[in-house]
Design a protein around this ligand. Sequence first.
Ligand code: NAI
Ligand code: MG
Length: 355
Amino acid sequence: MKTVVALGGEGIGVEVVDATCALLAAAGFPLRVLTPPHGEAAQRAHGTPVPDETKRLCGQADGILFGAAGGPASVAVITYLRWQQDAYANVRPIKYYEGAASPLADPRGIDFVMVRENMEGLYPAREGDLAELARAMPELRDRIGRRVGEYGEGRFAVKVVSRAGTERIARFACALARRRRARGRPGRITCVTKSNVLTRSDGFFQEVVEGVVRQHPDLAYEHSHVDDAARRLVRFPQAVDVVLCMNLYGDILSDLAAEAAGGLGIAPSGCFGDRWAYFESIHGSAPDIAGQGIANPTATILSAAMMLEHMGLAAEAERLEAAVARVYRERRHLPRDQGGTAGTKDFCAAVLKAL
Ligand code: NAI
Ligand code: MG
């Protein structure tokens, strides 16, 4: 019997996590699901959004499933799960399931993984006033020689690319590409940067990634500038395998890629550290549809399948994904974002039946 900690977060996150946990229980998988207090409720009851007891349970769990964040109390949960645990690799499989509502003319065969560096780049939000930057680095110049002090009032953000941070995400992507290659995929890393403009920072990321991939003679390597990558992911999504992105590019491109394959409602993810992992849909709390029971739980169910695989329950993970694929193929119980009328629970009932 394995233990899962499920944290719904906020908005539809709570709805899709509850529905997914009910599905896992009804499926009879060898799991015990715990739902400790977190977010706003924990803030009210315990004075903190992530109580120590909740952290203890997460630390001991075999798997952690998260819903979605919205306001500060649920963002604090992500801060704990992602940032404080150094979950540096965000893995977002992009796969077309026959029957899903892709906007592309022919989405068949889309099956790749976006790997997003999760801890560096612009995301950690080191921001400030331009005046501070001008004082600290008076000689910092842009490409036409202007100093920061010449802009007057304004703000800045610092982008950090470290060798260690880049090497570990590159190694992670290579290990993933090898596992996929063993299952018949091409074994190719597409590294995404804007190194033609940010030659030192993005250029460094590109150079370090290429160096790591070259140590894996069984893997192929290519580089794509982020604007070109956006275009290619729409035009030739079947032509990529493992797409390794710097943090912000990965955030943006993975939503684009998810939409191309069928929408945010079906896009799962996992965040991995060296001895840590948690799983969540890539969508947010969707305040526009929260509370109506119509959110598509597919993204969370597929995140749960990733979690099961990570926990050593590969057969259960495969069964769950196959059941989801079947419900899509039959197109009789799809949620509204997929052109159907099924509510969150109706969809889960259909998946349970397909199991
Ligand atoms: P969102 O992902 O919540 O919603 C975008 C659009 O997609 C909305 O129209 C929504 O109804 C639809 N949608 C999303 N998931 C769906 C599902 N499962 N089924 C059917 N339709 C679905 O993004 P938005 O609106 O930009 O952000 C809302 C809140 O979520 C914000 O507070 C944002 O910061 C937060 N957020 C949290 C994330 C996380 O927890 N990892 C990721 C993205 C946003
Ligand atoms: Mg995002």
